[in-house]
Design a protein around this ligand. Structure first.
Ligand SMILES: [Zn+2]
Length: 263
């Protein structure tokens, strides 16, 4: 087997394992439960999961999607997010190779997955994930600057300012939106998430992220309003999908401007 294929398989398996952990983190942080205690158990009958019931994706298949003791259905979201994490980790490797950009991307993707899990289920974007993730990315930016002889201004300070700028723009959107709709239209977590997106994708592309996610979310929020008569829609997952698309496609402002000037 080639070195590339072997690395790809290892990255994929790491993705499955981390994805399994992110399911736990997303659930427990949103509900203020310790990440390490108690050990994983069935939420219905408290059956403590054996080691072979903790294997990502495979356990779900072997157990036919049910708790081995009480036979209560296990949410499909567990294997789904395990698989998604594995695929996106692999994509990080295929797109960037193994370098600092790979590690920054893996951390970025991890943040997006965890906050999507907790935002979809509990309408919460945990601060801890954004803070720890940002610190790790800033440390990698510092290492990258030192190793590749980039000035700290360009390699560390500029990304930070991009994050602050992106945060400020969405904050203004929120102030404006709250005024127009006379109610809270954007959560604080979404705005803080924009800091991380600006930090990694740059200021310009973080603004593009807001636009793309609004385009995806708008029709869905109208449907949700008609069907359930409620317009509470977690915005975090849409920001995450848009940010991931931009990360992997390398979409930039020049490409967008070229497209619009060519038509
Ligand atoms: Zn059970």
């Amino acid at each position: 087997m080639s070195m590339e294929a072997l690395t790809g398989i290892i990255v994929f398996i790491m993705g499955l394992v981390f994805g399994s952990f992110y399911n736990v983190v997303g659930y427990r942080l949103a509900n203020n439960i310790s990440i390490v205690y108690p050990p994983s158990h069935c939420p219905n009958c408290n059956h403590k999961l054996k080691f072979y019931e903790l294997i990502p994706v495979l356990s779900y298949v072997f157990l036919l999607g049910k708790c081995s003791k009480c036979k209560k259905r296990i949410s499909f979201s567990y294997p789904f997010f395990e698989m998604l994490t594995a695929i996106l980790f692999l994509l990080c490797y295929l797109v960037f190779g193994i370098n600092i950009k790979f590690f920054i991307s893996v951390i970025f993707i991890s943040i997006l997955i965890i906050i999507s899990i907790s935002d979809i289920k509990y309408y919460i974007i945990p601060d801890e994930v954004l803070i720890i993730g940002s610190v790790l990315i800033i440390i990698l930016n510092i290492i990258n600057s030192l190793v590749n002889d980039i000035s700290l201004l360009n390699g560390v300070l500029m990304p930070l300012l991009n994050g602050v700028g992106a945060f400020a723009v969405l904050y203004l959107f929120k102030v404006f939106g709250d005024m127009v709709f006379q109610k809270e239209c954007l959560g604080g977590g979404d705005i803080k998430l924009l800091f991380v997106i600006g930090l990694v994708l740059g200021f310009d592309m973080s603004i593009v992220t807001i636009f793309i996610s609004s385009f995806i979310a708008l029709p869905l929020s109208v449907i949700s309003l008609i069907k359930n008569n409620n317009n509470v829609l977690p915005f975090g997952p849409y920001l995450s999908i848009s940010a991931a698309i931009i990360l992997f496609t390398g979409l930039n402002l020049d490409m967008i401007l070229n497209f619009f000037t060519s038509i």
